[in-house]
Design a protein around this ligand. Structure first.
Ligand code: NAP
Length: 265
């Protein structure tokens, strides 16, 4: 009897970095469970990947700001007979309004999506991974986690949480055959800035700052397979993350304050 291929659960697979992960893993022969809100996009991608690579590709439409969603995703995986060996915790976005002017429901949704749902999905997949003594988890953080604190709502704090908890989890789980990597991209050409409403400003940034999503994914996947707990993809991002790290806390605050987009509001 042949062993079935390993299965990857990818959140935020309907666009950008998540869709690039789906292409990369399908091309390597992994089965997929794709999650996001836009079901039509997920179905189109699933059909394309199955035709191109002959892999099984399931979809599950879910809004991960709904506290019931993580359990529903894993229930669906069980119902269709998939064990999750790989978790790509990628779904995310950034708000673009000052904290005090943003309705609480919006802020709570960001925390639910990028902190609570991400953390709960890890908690739900770990027992199976431990039992099979193999697992790979990528949590998509951001180069923002290394940058001086910005007055840009919760994003820097959320991505710092993802960076820190990923390393703690890697320490705890590696003895069980489970690697955890925080993937910290810089500016990546996806729909992120369209959703954030900053496309025009983003287009003015120098080309050297930008990476394509498949380059981010290739480096992130290599890092988790090697067992590296943190991956900052791209030369420019590596240099700027390394340069920010030794900055004293007070200086970091001042730099962040100078760059503060809401200082006049
Ligand atoms: N692009 C960058 O410059 C950049 C830099 C650093 C870090 N990142 C991080 O990279 C990750 C992926 O972003 P991206 O750049 O690929 O952006 P993107 O192209 O806008 O893709 C975001 C994905 O997240 C999904 N998503 C958003 N809200 C969701 C919700 N409530 N429930 C379920 N899925 C949801 C979207 O799907 P639906 O809309 O269909 O639900 C989409 O598939 C994010 O965590 C982001 O913070 C991006």
């Amino acid at each position: 009897m042949t062993t079935p291929p390993r299965t990857a659960l990818i959140t935020g697979a309907s666009a950008g970095i998540g869709a690039a992960f789906a292409h990369h893993l399908a091309a390597s022969g992994y089965q997929l469970l794709l999650v996001a809100r836009r079901e039509d996009r997920l179905r189109e991608l699933a059909t394309q990947l199955t035709e191109r690579h002959g892999v099984r590709c399931e979809v599950f439409a879910a809004d991960l700001t709904d506290p019931a969603a993580p359990t529903a995703v894993l229930d669906h995986a069980r119902n269709v007979g998939l064990d999750i060996d790989i978790l790509i915790n990628n779904a995310g976005l950034s708000g673009n309004t000052a904290f005090a002017d943003t309705p609480w429901e919006v802020l709570a949704g960001e925390i639910q999506l990028m902190v609570t749902a991400q953390t709960q999905l890890i908690h739900l997949v770990i027992p199976g991974m431990k039992e099979r003594r193999w697992g790979r988890i990528i949590n998509v953080s951001s180069a923002a986690a290394f940058a001086p604190p910005a007055a840009s709502l919760l994003y820097t704090g959320i991505k710092s949480y993802v960076l820190n908890t990923s390393q703690s989890l890697d320490m705890e789980l590696k003895p069980h055959g489970i690697h955890v990597t925080a993937l910290c991209p810089g500016f990546t050409r996806t729909e992120f800035h369209d959703v954030m409403g900053t496309r025009d400003r983003a287009n003015d940034l120098p080309r050297i700052l930008w990476q394509q999503p498949d380059a981010v994914v290739t480096e992130g996947w290599a890092a988790v397979m090697k067992g590296n707990p943190v991956c900052v993809p791209g030369t420019f991002n590596k240099i700027s993350a390394a340069a920010m790290k030794p900055m004293p806390v007070r200086l970091g605050y001042l730099v962040g304050k100078t760059l503060n987009p809401f200082k006049n509001s």
